[in-house]
Design a binder for this molecule. Structure first.
Ligand code: PLP
Length: 498
């Protein structure tokens, strides 16, 4: 299987090359030339397999240049019992009255980014061997909080790869910040950017698009790459959990093979939900993908009107991993629904850059709306939902999960669609303990110690505090550097070329 850019087919790469590059030379994202379709019998066979075995089946469809032994090794390393605290890896929980919750946060950093970022470093490391690449790869990451830690943990001490993470100064939770600045490893660096997530992401994208700068780094033996969900190696592992959730429902007799389900997906960069789109195109019986946003509801508006308009206020919310106004992965969806019209994609992305908006028109909107439904929840609604779920089901949900939950309820109410719904739960409630505790107890916790709150939440939820979070209390900070949003290039060069 070959990969090309969403903005023109002058580069045709195998997956190992696409994973090393991260982003295409023309600024587009790598997409597979065709989407493989699985027979019903193959989907049925997944029910009897472990998560790791399911992953091999799905990845083998896309990463055809990797041999099966390599895939097996990469997957075994990524989804190892030492790293995930649930042997199902992505367990599906059934609650009373027909709600299903797919928990994607049992990995080492307690958020769903681990699902992809435990595997990407393995795939990239193998790709370097396969292609005979001799340069050192430098992974640049812009993070709204969770990606940074998950990428640092995934890439730490991986040979021939360095990783530099940029996070928005004062734009992540205290737990997230501590997780990052205390990161171990000889090949890691963490920097706070004075700006919001979009500033950090735009800063990183600008570095990727600066040819002369990249040539200078190349002369020193460094090649840049990305661990954000613009990298194909981030997206493909995420397709697996959609199949896995479905296979679990079939195995447990909750649905018959072939019956449709809906997925409700808390979304920011459109990566999480785009993986669901690929799963549906591959033949997974999905009726609707329900896109759940917070007050940064640019995707809700887009999916309702066909106009993507980033010219709006940026909101800091209690679901910060979705505080995003430029959803990069939408470009891949647009590529697929236009039948690979690279000229059209280029025009829209140019318009987004220069005018801050683009309009996909009525015909494309119809196609999009058959696939997706969209809604959003504000912070007050998110807090009410956390409390409601806790009281009704005894389930403790993090704010991102609660956003999805609320939007899923709205969807059912407004459409009357009673198709079984799987809510993607993307973070452990402990990662956002302050908001969760406040929602459940109604107490104002401003200024309260993070670690006291972990204990208090443990008392209420009955869930064990993940040891990696409890251990942060005594973990010394290794990184305290901040930079302006215009300074990324200097900072990177300083770190690399000593
Ligand atoms: C990253 C993240 C999301 C959104 O995922 P996208 O790939 O940006 O759509 C949702 N919830 C949590 C907890 C996250 O970390």
């Amino acid at each position: 299987m070959k990969y090309s850019s969403t903005r023109g087919r002058e580069q045709l790469l195998v997956s190992a090359e696409a994973i090393i590059s991260g982003i295409a030379d023309n600024g587009g994202l790598f997409v597979p030339l065709r989407i493989p379709v699985l027979d019903r019998a193959v989907i049925a066979s997944l029910a009897g397999l472990s998560y790791q075995q399911r992953a091999v089946k799905i990845l083998n469809e896309f990463l055809t240049d990797y041999c099966i032994d390599d895939l097996n090794r990469c997957i075994a390393e990524a989804y190892h019992a030492d790293k995930f605290d649930d042997k199902a890896i992505a367990p599906l929980k059934t609650l009373p009255d027909g709600n299903y919750v797919l928990e994607l946060w049992h990995g080492p950093t307690s958020a769903f980014k681990d699902m992809a970022l435990q595997l990407l470093p393995q795939l990239m490391s193998r790709a370097l061997q396969m292609t005979g690449e001799s340069d050192e790869i430098v992974i640049l990451v812009a993070t709204s909080g969770d990606t940074g830690k998950a990428a640092l943990e995934g890439f730490r001490d991986i040979e021939q790869i360095k990783i530099i993470v940029f996070y928005p100064y004062q734009g992540v939770s205290e737990i997230q910040r501590r997780q990052m600045v205390s990161q171990a490893g000889d090949n890691v660096a963490v920097i706070a950017v004075k700006g919001n997530f979009d500033d950090a992401q735009t800063g990183v994208k600008n570095v990727f698009n600066h040819e002369q700068y990249k040539e200078e780094l190349a002369k020193a033996g460094f090649q840049l790459s990305s661990a954000n969900s613009i990298n194909w190696g981030r997206l493909v592992p995420q397709i697996v959990y959609y199949f896995s959730a479905y296979a679990d429902l079939v195995r447990e007799g909750q649905i018959a093979l072939g019956h449709e389900v809906n997925f409700v997906v808390p979304t920011g960069n459109f990566g999480n939900i785009l993986a669901g789109y690929y799963a549906k195109q591959m033949g997974l019986p999905v009726k609707r993908l329900i896109c759940a946003s917070n007050a940064n509801n640019v995707l809700t508006d887009f999916l309702q009107t066909g106009v993507y308009d980033r010219k709006r206020g940026f909101h800091k919310t209690i679901s910060p991993s979705m505080d995003i106004l430029i959803s990069s992965n939408l470009e891949r969806l647009l590529y697929h629904i236009t039948g690979g019209n690279t000229e059209q994609i280029k025009a829209w992305m140019t318009a987004l850059n220069t005018e801050g908006r683009y309009d996909i028109g009525a015909e494309n909107l119809t196609v999009v709306q058959e696939l997706f439904w969209a809604g959003w929840a504000d912070d007050a609604g998110t807090m009410r939902t956390i409390k409601d779920i806790y009281e009704r089901y005894g389930y403790t949900a993090d704010p991102h999960t609660a956003v999805a939950w609320q939007v899923g309820n709205t969807y059912r109410r407004e459409t009357g669609d009673a198709t079984p719904s799987i809510i993607l739960s993307t973070a452990s409630p402990y990662k956002f303990n302050e908001s969760v505790l406040q929602a459940i107890t109604g107490k104002d916790l401003a200024g309260k110690d993070e670690f006291d709150m972990l204990e208090e939440l443990a008392g209420l939820s009955g869930l064990e505090v993940p040891p990696s979070l409890a251990g942060l209390k005594d973990a010394p900070a290794r990184f305290g550097q901040t930079c302006e949003k215009t300074e990324l290039e200097q900072v990177i060069k300083c770190l690399l070329v000593k």
